[in-house]
Design a binder for this molecule. Structure first.
Ligand code: ZN
Length: 506
């Protein structure tokens, strides 16, 4: 549903984009296109694609993703009119496996409308690239050998939803949550590509490798940007009511950002690193200050437990979202306005989302196929935060409320369920949460009791630092836990993660 104010934004932006594309169209064509632009996606795409075509050819991605010394993304995109993002993404990827690559497999954003392969360097495209759901596969004729590098340039357009969700444009048009917005290479593990579809209504959307990013984005002027680690971007051009911003980031798990003209901001004073800021909506400054204080304590606690925080800054962004209490992105999180209004529980939401800066951003895991890994670690870390800050009784109480009660109260409804399964294998959000957040966190407590505190915390710290900018699977965790404990722990893993609920000892 499009409201009046958004229509205004759209109209203004139409004019801006038309102005941007003016050189290509000439004045006479603009007069014809403007009314068309204001109401049709096709009209917008015509202008946006011309605007994108005018952009300089992308340089090769630079920097250092996990896969290779100069792997990464270069993204040039225009966003705005009719809620469409149109752009070009250049992905440079080094085959770090020991086998030839016979294809490249991309994850597409949920709102994808069009995607085409523009150019391929380092390999020859095979028969036609094909899209299946949110997976886009480019077959390769000349295979990419181990150590060889390949660069693909895709053009694409994708739709941003409007409304109170973790991605999209707010009803008033003053807040843009830009995530899951570009095609990204799936993860190749040496045997196959990790592809997976997100569930319709819960869980995360993608699993990506860390990479470096160079991003150039044309947006409505007057919106302030907050990208990974609080990067505000650099204004490289303004034309009419459009601005073009440039960012560099990485290695990060994904490039997400927030654009806003609605927020007040508070920042922590002092020299501590990372720098902290919180963006709040009208009336919520005290809540934002409380969240800021909790975030500092959580970052300090987790830095001690899991190793250093991975970036220079961290931002808490209040958003009027109704689908999540909080959502994690590299270097920033969203927290729902409802959470601030409710008052209680803010500290545990902050502790949970901050923990994802280690378990998801720094240490990846397949959030579609093994969603329990980052969620159980973040949820258990929340209990650890309360334990370290307020004592063992507080830690137990948070584990009790956030995991045990959650799990126990619903278990009768899902007697055959288990923890370690893909997000789409959970029938409901309730089942997903009780297993991945609830029983998954209880598993970590059981692991701790089995290993003893000293060994368990050394194991967690090693897991986080050893796999920083990489990713872990259940097998990684199982093998490293066994090595740390000096004995096989398969029975414990099987019992807690794979056996149906009913077989868990009382
Ligand atoms: Zn989480």
């Amino acid at each position: 549903m499009r409201l009046g104010r958004v229509l205004q934004v759209i109209l203004v932006l139409s004019l801006a984009l038309a102005a941007l594309a003016g050189a290509a169209f000439g004045g006479a064509a603009l007069a014809v296109l403007q009314p068309e632009l204001a109401r049709s996606t096709a009209g917008y795409l015509a202008v946006a694609s011309k605007a994108v075509a005018r952009l300089p050819q992308p340089a090769r991605a630079e920097g250092h993703g996990r896969q290779g010394a100069d792997d990464g993304y270069v993204i040039d995109a225009v966003l705005g009119v009719d809620q469409v993002v149109a752009g070009q993404v250049t992905v440079t990827y080094t085959n770090d496996s020991t086998v030839d690559l016979d294809r490249l497999v991309f994850h597409l954003p949920r709102g994808v409308q069009t995607v085409t392969l523009e150019k391929l360097d380092g390999a020859q495209a095979g028969r036609d690239a094909a899209r299946d759901g949110l997976t886009y596969t480019i077959p390769l004729k000349g295979q990419v050998a181990p150590g060889a590098q390949v660069t693909a340039v895709l053009k694409y357009s994708t739709f941003l939803a409007q409304g109170p969700r973790r991605q999209g444009i707010s009803d008033g048009g003053g807040l843009w949550l830009i995530n899951d917005w570009y095609p990204s290479l799936d993860v190749f593990d040496g045997e196959g590509w990790h592809t997976g579809e997100p569930a319709a209504a819960f869980g995360d959307y993608s699993f990506l490798a860390t990479a470096t990013y160079k991003v150039r984005l044309t947006t409505p002027a007057g919106l302030n940007a907050y990208a990974p680690y609080g990067d505000r971007g650099r204004v490289v051009a303004t034309e009419g009511s459009a601005q073009t911003l440039a960012f560099e980031a990485g290695p990060v798990r994904e490039f997400a950002l927030v654009l806003t003209n609605e927020h007040g901001a508070v920042a922590e004073v002092g020299q501590a690193r990372p720098t902290l800021a919180a963006l709040y909506l009208a009336g919520h400054e005290p809540a934002a200050r409380g969240a800021l204080a909790a975030a500092r304590k959580a970052i300090d606690t987790y830095s001690e437990l899991f190793g250093p925080y991975p970036g220079p800054g961290f931002v808490i962004v209040e958003a009027p979202i109704t689908d999540f209490k909080g959502v994690e992105f590299p270097g920033f999180i969203l927290i729902s306005s409802a959470q601030y209004e409710q008052g209680s529980g803010v500290e545990s939401v902050i502790a949970h989302e901050v923990a994802h800066q280690w378990w998801y951003n720094q240490v990846g895991s397949d959030q579609l196929l093994e969603p329990w890994i980052d969620e159980s670690l973040a949820n258990y870390a929340t209990a650890l935060y309360f334990e370290k800050e307020y004592g063992p009784a507080a830690g137990r109480s948070v584990l009790n409320a956030g995991a045990f009660t959650l799990y126990r109260s619903r278990r009768a409804a899902y007697p055959e369920s288990s923890v370690a399964k893909p997000v789409t294998a959970f029938a409901t959000e309730e089942e997903y949460k009780m297993m991945t957040y609830g029983r998954g966190a209880l598993f970590l407590q059981a692991l701790r009791e089995t290993m003893g505190d000293k060994v368990f915390f050394a194991f967690l710290h090693d897991l986080a630092t050893r796999h920083a900018d990489g990713y872990v699977t259940e097998k990684t965790i199982r093998d490293e836990a066994a090595a740390a404990a000096g004995r096989d722990l398969s029975d414990l893993f099987d019992l807690w993660l794979h056996r149906p609920d009913g077989q868990l000892p009382r």
